[in-house]
Design a protein around this ligand. Structure first.
Ligand code: ATP
Ligand code: MG
Length: 405
């Protein structure tokens, strides 16, 4: 009997399924996260069965929206909307007849939706107690579809549609499209990190990538108000609200860097401005991270992208903090980063032209190979501790939740 009373989605967990003894923990975290992202939908049930997750929603729920929401859960490898056939208590032959007629009407649906001409069946028998083996199930389902849909032909090499038939205990599932998720690990399985979030293309992608491995994210943003505008900060909040759809709630600590930038400009060599500012950013971020119980800092730096991201600059930047600094984009080209930004939905916001604090006092010829002793000598003209403490004390916090997009 086809289950016509609800919509069913089969969710595959990818790497989560490989986690040995922790498997159950990872799957529970995944289910929790799917539940959370589906809170806007009424009457949803979620169950774990043998490494798969079955999500059931009422018939009138919007399939596209459900797929979009589940697709944003880290740890989800793929999702298939499926037809369910219930054959508990039936003998195998009657079950095969039920599944066959369901497969035929499933194929009918594909003809009317996409005008398919050819198909193949991919059958799996997950329940080894079911007495008919997979190749035979495939053959008989193929015959049932051909009989029910006279216009269709079988093409095992390049079919217009592959119809999957998955026979489990007392139930079978028929589905076609697999919507691919982002994979990765469920949120909350890998601590918390603090991302240095600018309004650019790179840092949102860096945050996404770390969160994709299970990390909660908080953010610190530096501005130079009134040199940078209120609108520039709105843009950062907008980026965070997109990220929060994947990473969960994000707290942004916004900090005015202008007092520090002014001290640097007045007291230090012009060409060192950027690297000196970056060292302050890292010091302040480390303090904020410690207060927030974040374990690591995250930046969107990529080797050699600009003067402050040469190997020498990165070493000099890193030497002011003892917390690990994650740079997930370090070996990526800008085009690869842009591809991800587009896929996750941050790109269009990132390219809006608003000023960043780094561009406020941009030196004409920044040092590209800074020497640590020289930089330290320049910093000795500043009261570093006091400046950092004042900056940390002046922070304002905004809590950002996921926004529909
Ligand atoms: P992005 O696209 O992320 O702005 P970028 O190529 O412009 O990167 P930089 O401006 O040199 O590079 O910044 C490098 C990294 O430093 C950023 O990815 C981000 O992590 C951090 N950063 C830069 N500006 C800020 C800021 N205003 N607030 C917080 N972090 C910042
Ligand atoms: Mg930037």
């Amino acid at each position: 009997m086809i289950n016509n009373s609800e919509k069913i989605y089969i969710v595959r967990c990818g790497e989560t399924a490989l986690k040995g003894q922790n498997k159950s923990f990872f799957e529970r975290m995944l289910v929790q996260r799917i539940k959370k992202l589906l809170t806007g939908f009424e009457g949803v049930t979620i169950e774990r069965v043998d490494g798969l997750i079955f999500v059931r929603t009422p018939l009138d729920s919007d399939e596209k929206e459900v797929l979009k929401s589940i697709g944003r859960v880290f740890g989800v490898e793929s999702i298939s909307p499926a037809s369910e056939i219930v054959f508990e208590g039936m003998d195998a032959e009657s079950a095969m007849a039920e599944i066959g007629s369901a497969a035929a009407s499933f194929a009918m649906g594909l003809i009317s939706d996409r005008n398919i001409k050819t198909f193949k069946i991919d059958a799996r028998r997950a329940d080894k107690m079911f007495p008919i083996e997979s190749p035979q199930i495939a053959r008989r389902m193929g015959a049932a579809v051909l009989k029910g849909c006279k216009v269709l032909k079988v093409d095992v090499h390049q079919p217009d549609a592959t119809i999957f038939v998955n026979v489990r205990r007392g139930r079978a599932y028929i589905y076609e499209t697999k919507v691919t998720g982002f994979g990765g690990l469920p949120l909350g399985t890998n601590g918390k990190g603090l991302v240095l979030l600018s309004g650019g293309i790179d840092s949102p992608v860096a945050a996404f990538m770390m969160s994709h491995r299970g990390m909660y994210i908080d953010a610190v943003h530096f501005h130079s108000f009134p040199y940078t505008s209120e609108r520039a900060y709105e843009k950062v909040k907008e980026l965070a609200s997109i990220l929060a759809c994947y990473c969960g709630r994000i707290r942004i600590h916004s900090i005015n860097l202008l007092p520090i930038q002014e001290q640097i400009v007045q007291n230090c060599p012009e060409e060192e401005t950027t690297i000196l500012v970056r060292r302050f950013m890292m010091r302040i971020a480390e303090r904020v991270a410690a207060e927030e119980e974040s374990m690591m800092l995250i930046t969107g730096e990529s080797l050699g992208q600009v003067a402050s991201q040469t190997a020498e600059s990165l070493v000099v930047t890193d030497s002011v903090v003892s917390m690990p600094v994650m740079r997930p984009l370090i070996a990526m080209d800008k085009t690869e980063i842009i591809d991800i930004a587009k896929r996750i939905g941050t790109y269009d916001i990132s390219i809006q032209p608003y000023e960043d604090c780094c561009t406020v006092f941009l030196p004409k010829h920044p040092v590209t190979k800074p020497r640590l002793e020289r930089i330290q000598a320049s910093e000795s003209r500043l009261d570093v501790q006091a400046l950092v403490a004042a900056a940390v004390a002046s922070q304002e916090i905004d809590v950002i939740y996921g926004k529909e997009f």
